[in-house]
Design a protein around this ligand. Structure first.
Ligand code: BJW
Length: 221
């Protein structure tokens, strides 16, 4: 049985990371959706770097939850027949033990040098303009896919969805494309696990509501 699981911010919410659209808090007075854009970065790179520096630093204060661990157990059972495709830029799937994880919106713990076009594993702040370890020029930006940019590895995801027997979507609002269209690309059965019905809930054969830490282990085990 080949399974593709798409995850969004809702799977990490119970670990203590804010979601985007349910977030009741502004970040330094800004809507996170307005900060996570190429336009914001062009206007005020320091502001956007601080936004991602804060979120990168927050990773060391949170732990994977029961939903991340359940997906890691599923990989132990299914091996290469499971692919986790995540919109999340955190590393909680990997820290729970998942190995087959594809980050379509990039990763907080990676920095991209726009001069030499090389990615570097990165755990330090970027706002103070550190030089790229490769070329020495201070043009490192967060390795994050913003609106209008092309998500990573879409050919791989398309292939996996085309050949899967089951597609499961966990903790995502279903409003950001292309992830919101994956349910239409999937060839097999479809299941949504979310706190509330997402924008695309009726496109799934089945939709279950509740917290990810209950629904995902319940589905896996
Ligand atoms: C729980 C829970 C719990 C809470 N348990 N559940 C018009 C029409 C169609 C498309 C477009 C359009 N205009 C523009 C576009 C394209 C655009 C887009 O989609 N815009 C829409 C807003 C309309 N998309 C793009 O530009 C993308 N690129 C693109 O399309 O390139 C073209 C191309 C595609 C394919 C091949 C070739 C070319 C890029 C999108 C980049 C998104 N970037 C962001 C920010 C960067 C990452 C970061 O900073 O972290 O990614 S935006 C933000 O939204 C972030 C997220 O990954 C993404 C999705 O959010 P998510 O995960 O759904 O979070 P929330 O908060 O929205 O929802 C959480 C859900 O969890 C809720 O439903 C809760 O109920 C639930 N929940 N607690 C279970 N405990």
């Amino acid at each position: 049985m080949r399974v593709v699981v798409l995850t969004g911010a809702g799977i990490s919410a119970e670990s203590g990371l804010s979601t985007f659209r349910d977030s009741d808090g502004l970040w330094e007075g800004h809507d996170p959706m307005q900060v996570a854009t190429p336009e914001a970065y062009a206007d005020d790179p320091g502001l956007v770097q601080r936004f991602y520096d804060d979120r990168r630093a927050a990773l060391s204060r949170v732990e994977p939850n029961a939903a991340h661990h359940a997906l890691a157990r599923l990989e132990e059972a299914l091996g290469d027949d499971l692919l986790v495709v995540t919109q999340n830029v955190d590393d909680l799937h990997e820290r729970a033990g998942s190995r087959r994880v594809h980050h379509i919106h990039g990763r907080l713990r990676s920095a991209w040098c726009t001069t030499c076009d090389v990615r570097h594993e990165w755990d330090a702040p970027l706002a103070d303009g550190p030089p790229c370890p490769g070329c020495g020029v201070s043009t490192l930006r967060p390795d994050i896919v913003w609106f209008g940019e092309v998500p990573y590895g879409m050919a791989l995801v398309e292939q996996a969805l085309w050949h899967c027997d089951l597609f499961v979507s966990v903790g995502t609002s279903g409003v950001v494309y292309p992830a919101a269209a994956f349910v239409h690309w999937a060839r097999g059965a479809t299941l949504e696990l979310n706190l509330e019905p997402s924008a695309g809930a009726t496109d799934f054969a089945e939709s279950r509501q509740g917290p990810a830490t209950r629904l995902v282990p319940g589905w896996v085990d």
